[in-house]
Design a protein around this ligand. Structure first.
Ligand code: SF4
Ligand code: SF4
Length: 93
């Protein structure tokens, strides 16, 4: 299982690349809850970055449990786009 600590121990460049790779694997844009507004702003990986400031308010299905990032980090939450990030996550990257 991976951890946020492991990410934080990486050199900045490596960490940035790692986060970009995770972001590219986030399936939020395929989720029924995801919105056109979020797509236009390229918002995703809400588990790390926290809730969408303005773009998502209605909770439909959440596909986070099928996401590789969710599994790798042992996350427990759902609907990060409306409820905020996983509690173990830092506020910012
Ligand atoms: S956080 Fe969950 S509910 Fe929100 S867009 Fe991503 S998969 Fe869907
Ligand atoms: S756990 Fe959810 S918000 Fe986080 S990367 Fe996966 S699909 Fe995106």
């Amino acid at each position: 299982m991976r951890s946020i600590d492991e990410l934080n121990r990486m050199m900045p460049e490596r960490r940035k690349a790692e986060i970009a790779a995770m972001r590219s694997r986030c399936p939020c844009p395929k989720c029924p809850t995801y919105t056109e507004c979020a797509r236009e702003r390229d918002e995703k990986m809400f588990c790390f970055y926290g809730r969408s400031p303005d773009c998502v308010s209605r909770e439909l299905k959440c596909i986070c449990p099928k996401c590789p990032v969710h599994t790798e980090f042992g996350f427990k939450g759902l609907h990060y786009c409306t409820r905020g990030g996983e509690r173990t996550s830092p506020k910012r990257f």
